[in-house]
Write a protein that binds this ligand. Structure first.
Ligand code: 13P
Length: 248
């Protein structure tokens, strides 16, 4: 049985004052019926860990370096994220693939580093609008999955997030059929690549998930939760999405 997961990606948003949102979320979801994850900017990780104390909310980074330590100015290692209170790390987000030219091989190396540091890797993949228009969605997803998944991946140390690039921050979402098609494809490919462990990997949908569309998305087969951007910044909105997931 896969436990549902509601994950919030704060991206490059959040100052000390915003810790109050995490605190409000913890106050409203003291015994959640699903796993909750917040990935704040790295600068807030340890303070958010202090703020949340023993609340049942996991924390994650948004990227890590593939190396364990060394001369990499501006980078953060997986062990540093763990040291700051993270148990997860988002890897291969399309914004990093686009802004920092991250390849599948780079994402795979980072995921291996995350594994070595005991972090759960939340590996993101998704097609661009041009890919979809050209009928290449499943081909792109297949290549990204096979290229980004590290050896040693299990259901316990790996989560996959399907995030169509054109749905991120746009207010547009795929149709339920389109989401279900990609998630079914991912589940089948995970089983090919990981045998029985493939059935244990949680599959999240991400891209313009809001309180208003969450229930419809969570009702789809093979959708184990969501990776939420903008709507995760406010406790009221993220809380409503969590509630929808608990009731799915
Ligand atoms: P939005 O929910 O803002 O569309 O962002 C999705 C996302 O990129 C989460 O990683």
């Amino acid at each position: 049985m896969r436990r549902k997961l509601a994950a919030g990606n704060w991206k490059m948003n959040g100052l000390a004052a915003d810790l109050a949102e995490a605190q409000a979320l913890a106050a409203d979801h003291g015994a959640p019926g699903c796993d909750i994850l917040i990935c704040p900017p790295a600068t807030l990780l340890s303070r958010m860990a202090d703020t949340l104390g023993h609340a049942p909310i996991a924390l994650g980074g948004q990227d890590c370096h593939a190396g364990a330590a060394g001369a990499h100015t501006g980078d953060v290692s997986a062990a540093m994220l763990a040291d700051a209170g993270a148990s997860h790390v988002i890897l291969g987000h399309s914004e990093r693939r686009a802004d920092h030219a991250e390849t599948d091989a780079a994402v795979r190396a980072k995921a291996a580093a995350a594994q070595a540091a005991g972090l759960v890797a939340v590996i993101c993949l998704g097609e661009t609008e041009a890919d979809r228009d050209a009928g290449r969605t499943l081909e792109v997803i297949d290549r990204q999955l096979a290229g980004s998944l590290p050896g040693g991946a299990t259901g316990a140390n790996t989560v996959i997030a399907y995030e169509p690039v054109w749905a991120i921050g746009s207010g547009r979402t795929p149709t339920p059929d389109q989401i279900a098609e990609v998630h079914a494809f991912l589940r089948a490919r995970l089983t090919d690549l990981m045998a029985a462990e493939g059935a244990a990997v949680r599959l999240l949908y991400g891209g313009s998930v809001k309180p208003g569309n969450a229930a419809e998305i969570f009702a789809l087969p093979e959708v184990d939760g969501a990776l939420v951007g903008g709507a995760s910044l406010k406790a009221a909105d993220f809380g409503a999405i969590i509630t929808a997931l608990e009731q799915a």
